[in-house]
Design a protein around this ligand. Structure first.
Ligand SMILES: N[C@@H]1[C@@H](O)[C@H](O)[C@@H](COP(=O)(O)O)O[C@@H]1O
Length: 275
């Protein structure tokens, strides 16, 4: 039976916060959302983030594909950001990471994948080319995001323009410290420069889904959801988006003043609506 026609889509046109038990539950919830999208639009363009946080999403989606409950064979994958200057094929380049964590497990070919060229000689041209390629591909249908401890999304560090396009950025010392764990805990190996989809670029995706887990993200989540929209907290730009979902575990939700309201709203949402 078709779902009832909604009088309004609960959770749409406001940032929807979903509080889950743990990272695994968050991954499963978001994978269900992606599976629903792929059933409606088999060749959907999925924007994917790197870092540790989204791994439970990719694991859950891969499990659903392996179980045959969703067909991802026509899905397309778009990268969010990239280090500048790592040699092509470096295992910690985000291109290698996305191929390893998403493209290969889903059984997709490299033709289904697009990302900015972090080893291009003309980085500015590579940034412009990527923004154009995203638009020509029809735009991102669902963009997965993580969040930095300072509130960054992609590699849009604090004070990034909320209208920014794909461009080169300089990492803060904090982000280099946070990411050193992927480079033998040696900060010297972490590049200073990156290419990132701009905040304006990210806001063009049709659905934004941010996952945050752990206490270390609680302050950034509270500022993102309950603080003012401010370039100082780049993730707060999600407040400007008509369909943004923020999935947090109990620890990452621990500084939200409206946590009970968010729990109540989600618990009373019709199940068919999904995220
Ligand atoms: N560019 C990535 C972001 O896309 C990611 O959200 C962030 C948090 O990573 P983690 O999920 O490992 O905390 O790390 C990097 O800076």
């Amino acid at each position: 039976m078709d779902p009832p026609r909604p009088l309004h889509q609960i959770g749409r046109h406001s940032v929807e916060v979903v509080i889950v038990k743990d990272a695994k539950a968050g991954g499963e919830l978001i994978a269900d959302g992606i599976a629903g999208l792929l059933r409606r639009k088999p060749d959907a363009l999925l924007g994917v983030a790197t870092g540790s946080t989204p791994i439970p999403i990719y694991d859950a989606l891969t499990a659903q594909v392996a179980a045959g409950s969703v067909d991802a064979s026509r899905a397309r994958i778009a990268q969010l950001d990239e280090y500048v200057g790592l040699p092509a094929g470096h295992p910690e380049s985000y291109r290698s990471t996305v191929l390893r964590q998403v493209v290969e497990p889903l059984g997709l070919s490299q033709e289904a994948f697009m990302g900015p060229d972090g080893s291009a000689e003309d980085v500015l041209a590579a940034c412009e080319a990527y923004d154009k390629a995203l638009a020509e591909a029809g735009g991102v249908d669902l963009q997965i995001l993580g969040i930095g401890t300072d509130g960054h999304i992609g590699f849009n560090e604090p004070c990034s323009s909320l209208a920014s396009r794909t461009r080169i950025k300089t990492l803060t010392e904090q982000t280099r410290v946070d990411n050193a764990r992927f480079f033998d805990n040696d900060i010297e190996q972490v590049p200073h420069h990156v290419i990132t989809q701009g905040i304006g670029t990210i806001l063009e995706a049709r659905h934004l889904v941010l996952l945050a887990t752990g206490e270390g993200k609680a302050e950034a989540v509270a500022q993102t959801v309950e603080g003012p929209v401010a370039a100082l907290v780049p993730a707060s730009a999600l407040q400007l988006h008509p369909h943004a979902t923020i999935v947090v575990d109990e620890a990452a939700a621990s500084k939200l003043k409206l946590a009970d309201y968010f729990r109540h709203t989600f618990a009373n949402k019709p199940a068919w609506q999904g995220i």
